[in-house]
Unconditional design. Structure first.
Length: 118
């Protein structure tokens, strides 16, 4: 089992920044990749970004490229999402995810609310 705990959400004005953190615990050695999803009110959950846990390769959805940066600190078993130039449309609950193999997300955090005011 892997446990995930997000932190760092909050309320910010458009153009501002926030950094989300996701602390992983449990069977860390089994993780293949970690990532972030988000769900806005009335919308489906969508992929935001992912990072390979061993190699560090990253992927982003087009909507956040150039504004968000995903990173990790393996010594702290923690993943981050630095969000800059935030827009009201970034408002959502952000979920941390971890996958044990390519193409699967096996563990989800409880979510953290990000609200961007215009």
């Amino acid at each position: 089992q892997v446990q995930l705990a997000e932190s760092g959400g909050g309320l910010v004005q458009a153009g501002g920044s926030l950094r989300l953190s996701c602390a992983a615990s449990g069977r860390i050695f089994s993780i293949n990749a970690m990532g972030w999803y988000r769900q806005a009110p009335g919308k489906d959950r969508e992929f935001v970004a992912r990072i390979s846990w061993s190699g560090g390769r990253t992927y982003y959805t087009d909507a956040v490229k150039g504004r968000f940066t995903i990173s990790k600190d393996k010594a702290k078993n923690t993943m981050y999402l630095q969000m800059n130039s935030l827009k009201p449309e970034d408002t959502a609950v952000y979920y941390c995810v971890a996958g044990l193999s390519s193409g699967s997300w096996d563990y989800w955090g409880q979510g953290t609310q990000v609200t961007v005011s215009s």
